[in-house]
Design a binder for this molecule. Sequence first.
Ligand SMILES: [Zn+2]
Ligand SMILES: [Zn+2]
Length: 588
Amino acid sequence: MSVNTSRVQVQFWGTRGSLARPGRNTVRYGGNTSCVQVMLAEARGPLRGSILFSHTHWDHIQGFPFFAPLFVPGGHWDIYGPAGLSQSLRDTLAGQMEHIYFPVTLNELGASILFHDLVEGSFEIDDIHITTRYLNHPALTLGYRLEMGSACVVYACDHEPHSRLPGQRAQMHELDRRHSEFLAGADLVIHDAQFTDKEYANHKGWGHSPVEYVSEIGQLAGVKRMAFSHHDPGRTDDALDEIVESIRSDLKEKESPMHVFAAADGQVIELDISSATTRKIRRGKFSTTPATAPAVKDSSVLMGVSDAGLALVLTEAARVEGVRTTHALDAASTVRMAKSARPGLILLEDEPAGIDGLSVCRSLRSEQDLHLKQVPVVMVADRERTTEGMAAGVTQWLITPFSVQYARAQIQAWLWRSACRWIRAALPADEEKRLAALRGLSILDTQSEERFDRITRVAAAVGDVPIALVSLVDHDRQWFKSCHGLGVTETSRELSFCGHVVLTRAPVIVPDTLLDDRFADNPLVTGEPRVRFYAGFPIFYTDGSCLGTLCLIDTRPRQFPAATLQRFEDLASLVQQELNSSPQQTAA
Ligand SMILES: [Zn+2]
Ligand SMILES: [Zn+2]
């Protein structure tokens, strides 16, 4: 594939969710299960290509053995999907091609196939920049954001809201807001829209979205075209027409420019990828295909539950291979055990007479420890208190009564996602003031300057490290005023180590990233440039705002004596001095 062409074609091969549904009532939108092809005009031909799997539920993989190009000798296919399943993506796909199911096994296919197990991060296929995000589904599921030239297409099936108050965009769960950022500004989003709000009320936890939510989140994200997909198998063509009509009239009322439609089998959408306003793509050595070991290897669930019956059911549900369960009977010991055991998931009862889960959650979220700020907390209750839950930092609700199988699927999905995640730095309290100070310097996106470059050069020499950077932490990126030993000038803030320095306003020294659960799964660690050692020293503006760091990076674990660390701090002071005397400085 090459982006030297001006158009990209998106073709829907299947738009039905959960199971195939041929029949006279599904003729127009089609009955095939989910499959979308993205093709650039000058494609590589029928022999080469890449297949991206969102997850391995059957409605998303059953067409795979029948994909004819795989049988052609000489062909080559790259296959991508979420890592961290109990078995590899390859083994899962090979399973449905064993001889009892299928005449040709995976090993016997004519084409050569390369498997890539993914976590959250970004990578490139030729000129297409791809970002992955976990979706909320009872299987480990990735959404894909494809940026090609000036065009952007997002595929987000299967997914459901983390928490939902219909029509109340102002009150959105933090993780739903994060999901909307993933869709931001896309030309085309293909989104799970299996239910309506009314149907969703009885299908929470099934992992599928109500169409009204998809419309709201699309508007928030400034999406241009929204394709409702993964249609409910019971939905007739006429019913789909009605749903689209009602969403369109709602959008018209709100004067939203977003165009929505129900995706149909065989439909082709063309996008222009060569417009003058070329999308800013973050690319370079940082982008990679990280590989990880199976995620649920040493994970634990902490239950804060006083009710013996509920504890019994939850213990049974958490009986997942390789997962330990610990149990606290009161609020104080729940908090204490959360701090010491560092669980991958916390289940809390919402019972004022027993453990008041919301107040336990609030106190965990207020801890300095970033792990406790970000570990998923599932509230077990007989009804969802959405607003209070969002304020307290609840990740999701598990509503009683539930079946053990259902709870187990949810617990497993949360453990997978949290085990494959690195810990992002929270925003500092003075974030707005800090950004204003940084912008006031008018230094972002300026040319490199010798007065900074000589400092990173010296820092790299003093530490004998390959990489030294002057990194300024902007709203959603860290931008490098000086980069010694690195070919990129910015990376996303999500991946940022320096964000942790900005948050703590103190040096952050990580002798070995693989031993530090804040960073071990960070794509910059698991993939290029394979950061093993990091040391970041804060740089302050005259008003005390922390703007960024002087940081040093090595690809091997390192330990430095205090005297050397002091020298790095001295160099950071020099950077600070230069920055605060910048000729561009306009801030008062
Ligand atoms: Zn599905
Ligand atoms: Zn699914």
